[in-house]
Write a protein that binds this ligand. Sequence first.
Ligand SMILES: NC(=O)c1ccc[n+]([C@@H]2O[C@H](COP(=O)([O-])OP(=O)(O)OC[C@H]3O[C@@H](n4cnc5c(N)ncnc54)[C@H](O)[C@@H]3O)[C@@H](O)[C@H]2O)c1
Length: 381
Amino acid sequence: MRIAIIGCGYVADFYMATLINHPQLELLGVHDRSDVRAKAFADFHRVKQIYPTLDAVLADERVQLVVNLTNPSSHYAVSRAALEAGRHVYSEKPLAMRLDEAEALVRLAESRQLQINSAPCSLLSETAQTLWKALRENRIGTPRLIYAELDDGNVPQRDYWNWASASGAPWPAKDEFEVGCTLEHAGYYLTWLTAFFGPASRITSFAKILQPDKGIELAVQTPDFATACIEFLSGPVARFTCSLYAPHDHRLRIFGDRGSLSTSHVWDYGAAVRITTRNRFTGRAEKYPTLAALAGLGPRTVPLVRKRNFKYRTGGANPMDFCRGIAETAAAAREDRASRLSARWSLHVNELVLAMQDPTSYGSPRDIASRFEPLEPMPWA
Ligand SMILES: NC(=O)c1ccc[n+]([C@@H]2O[C@H](COP(=O)([O-])OP(=O)(O)OC[C@H]3O[C@@H](n4cnc5c(N)ncnc54)[C@H](O)[C@@H]3O)[C@@H](O)[C@H]2O)c1
């Protein structure tokens, strides 16, 4: 499928790092509202065509799918223009910064029989698919409680002004802090949890600005800490935390009646999955994990459903195949089927993320209205 990238910033280099794994995706050209950035990106990656405007992209009849890698505040306008021009869309997260806009995008896509899917696509990772399979196989009994963490360390106190992508795009600190770490990151685990457990029925959230001075002038202050309890229609409850303050912790733990499943790295497609099966020694073993490991009572590794074996170029990127989501959107469009990253699911995640970061506007507790059809695992899982 022939694609065009809009937005040639920091994350676009991550996409280029794994495009090589998807030869069915043909990159026709790129566009950025900054000519300088578009040229630096195109030169670095040897992209032949730079489109001067978004209209020029959409006037190119060969482009079938638009990859929207712009800043979140541009997502709605760029995705809407692409859909109105009859193109499928794969968008970086969130679908939109407002729920009514995200809903409008999904309705527009449906009315035109087009795909619109949103990142993150790490649900398609070997790690997430392994966890999901273990749950389907009832390896830990009925799951009732999930603890998920997306603490990214004290980023404002780090030397973020030195961070740059492979082609030289600076890490967009101002935008990241203004958009907020929850809108930026909560989707990583909310996509997994909603895929595993189905739609959430209610979210109760709390968000706060812990560190207003982030070393850069900001036009708006946005919470750098949010925590939420999410109730799923199917029964389980998740307690999920995002921050730019507490030390780096990306753990996911799923507790069931007969044991627990866990992983430590949501940003590694091949992160280990561990299982603990409950028995009469487990209570004591949990208290003394080092001794338990020596006695062979600690968590065991669940073999990944397949080895993480994609190629990716280094340059700051985590071992994540960012293009796997585009490939899934393209395959769904080609095969005229629902995507494994369906539009209704992306909208559901968008609603949860907005409600988690901004309980004042979206209400807490909030009954979640959006729903989605169950998603399919990858064929190899
Ligand atoms: N920075 C990260 O580590 C990271 C990781 C994963 C996902 N993301 C997501 O990727 C997206 C982009 O983030 P980024 O870090 O690359 O930001 P960035 O600011 O580095 O790049 C965004 C680019 O989009 C361009 N742009 C913005 N609006 C535009 C428009 N209307 N038309 C054309 N070009 C436009 C900007 O000029 C800029 O070059 C965001 O949704 C972000 O949440 C970022």
